[in-house]
Structures are given as structure tokens and as C-alpha cells.
Design a protein around this ligand. Structure first.
Ligand SMILES: Nc1ncnc2c1ncn2[C@@H]1O[C@H](COP(=O)(O)OP(=O)(O)O)[C@@H](O)[C@H]1O
Ligand SMILES: [Mg+2]
Length: 248
């Protein structure tokens, strides 16, 4: 199966927190309009990879290109204006601000005209009716599922071309997980490329076009998501996590 033209190209990327690399020689692509899943056990380096792509960590080696442009010297804020949005792990919203103010804070750095700001907030609220009802309430009073919706909405108001999400379904009840995936499907239908890190592997593979498997900081495989569903290769990538999560 041929993949679309790449929007994000990661080539030979190594990143760590000190001198020891956590991920090594990672090469992957996210195509235009493509949904890509990045899968792997806890500690495999998935969050580290997303942080490097969004400019929060400086690569030790390798390159990151977005729409043909080298990102390695750009800071996180510049990447936002280029069209990269990262929904970090753990619903990083401003709990003591209202839902509406959270959306406005998502736009703060873009310095848009007032009419454009209003239009974008309106668009986000149209996509998340539950948030519209609670626009004036404190974000901290929302349910876990609604907080995740808000975190995603806060990224979407910036009109990203690539949306990266780090375990958006973590800690959510199954019906809310489904709601998150429905939202992502709607985002994708607008032509936004998606790079998704998920622990709900089967659901992520059902959603994605293509998937990469990360094992102890290195890629252990990739392929069309439909091919990887239920495969032994995926199961092996998760063995560590399965052991850690097994009921005692
Ligand atoms: N801030 C940090 N400082 C040092 N080591 C870290 C830091 N964050 C993560 N690590 C280590 O990097 C490895 C990969 O972590 P991470 O990217 O969070 O994995 P994943 O998201 O796949 O669970 C782990 O061994 C973790 O302990
Ligand atoms: Mg992580």
C-alpha cells in the first residue's frame, strides 16, 4: 500500500535526557492526512519521541523535518505557528481557568485578530457540544473525559496540520475512550495528520492507517495498521507492559 507524501519526516533520531540516549536511530514518517499510531510498552520512549518532535527535547543525532523544513533549530513556540500541536500526556489544562479561557490561552501566542479568535473558539465549541455547555465553568470541575476533550480542543484551535497525542485515552472509562476516538476521526476528516501514542492498542490500530512499534527505544517494526492488528509482532512489543499490568 502506498503512503501519502510525508508531512513529518524523522530520520535517524536519537534523544535522551542526559548523555544516555533513550531512543536511538528512529526513522519514521507521517504522511499528509495520514493517521499514524506509535505503539510500545511503558518506558519504550514514545513520549520522548513526541517531545523531541515538538521541540521540547534537543536531539543528540538525526533530523526532524516538517513539510520539508528542518525543525532541529526551532523552539517549541515556533513549531506551533508552523502547524504542530502536541497534546501532552495527562491532560495539561489550566484547571483554575474557565473552559473558554483555556481555549483562548491555547491561542495566546498566535496573536490573531479578534474576529479570527472568536471564530476558532466557536469552531472548537461546535465540535465539542459538552464543552459549550460548560464554557463558563472552571476546567477543573469537568469530568476526566471532558478534560481530555478540552486538552484536544486547546490544540485544535491552533489549526494544526499535525496533531500529536500522547495517550489521550489514559484513565478514561471505555465509553469515553470511544468518544476520544470519535473526536479524532472528526479531526482527521478535516485533513489533519495525526500521530497517536496509545495503550489501547487494538482501537488505535483500528483507527490508524499505519503504525510503528517501539521497543526499548528502537523501532522493532512498522506496517499498515490493518496488517498489524492481532499480529504476534505487536504482542511482542507489549510483553513488558503486559507483565507489569498482569493482575496478581
Ligand atoms: N525526564 C526524564 N529524565 C530522565 N529519564 C527519563 C525522563 N523521562 C523519561 N525518562 C526515561 O526514558 C525512558 C522512556 O520514557 P518515555 O519516553 O516516557 O516512555 P513511554 O512514553 O514509552 O512510556 C524511560 O526509561 C524513562 O525512565
Ligand atoms: Mg509516555
Amino acid at each position: 500500500m502506498t503512503r501519502p507524501q510525508p508531512l513529518l519526516e524523522v530520520d535517524g533520531l536519537s534523544v535522551g535526557y542526559g548523555i544516555v540516549p533513550v531512543i536511538e536511530e528512529i526513522t519514521l514518517q507521517v504522511g499528509r492526512g495520514e493517521a499514524v499510531a506509535l505503539l510500545g510498552a511503558n518506558g519504550a520512549g514514545k513520549s520522548t519521541l513526541l517531545k523531541a518532535v515538538s521541540g521540547l527535547l534537543v536531539p543528540g543525532a538525526g533530523s526532524i523535518r516538517f513539510d520539508g523544513r528542518d525543525l532541529s533549530r526551532l523552539r517549541a513556540e515556533a513549531l506551533v505557528t508552523l502547524g504542530l500541536s502536541h497534546v501532552a500526556e495527562g491532560r495539561r489544562i489550566f484547571r483554575r481557568e474557565t473552559v473558554l479561557d483555556n481555549l483562548l490561552l491555547g491561542l495566546y501566542r498566535l496573536r490573531l485578530a479578534r474576529a479570527e479568535t472568536a471564530a476558532r473558539v466557536e469552531e472548537a465549541l461546535a465540535m465539542f457540544p459538552a464543552l459549550r455547555q460548560k464554557a463558563d465553568q472552571l476546567a477543573g470541575s469537568l469530568s476526566g473525559g471532558q478534560q481530555q476533550m478540552l486538552a484536544i480542543a486547546q490544540a485544535l484551535v491552533r489549526k494544526p496540520r499535525l496533531l500529536m497525542l500522547d495517550e489521550p485515552s489514559l484513565g478514561l472509562a471505555p465509553n469515553l475512550v470511544e468518544e476520544v476516538f470519535r473526536t479524532l476521526a472528526a479531526v482527521r476528516a478535516q485533513g489533519v495528520s495525526i500521530l497517536l501514542v496509545e495503550q489501547v492498542v487494538e482501537r488505535a490500530l483500528e483507527f490508524a492507517d499505519h503504525a510503528y512499534l517501539l521497543q526499548s527505544g528502537r523501532l522493532s517494526g512498522d506496517g499498515p495498521a490493518a496488517t498489524l492488528r492481532g499480529s504476534e509482532q505487536v504482542r511482542r512489543a507489549y510483553l513488558g507492559a503486559a507483565a507489569a499490568h498482569a493482575p496478581s
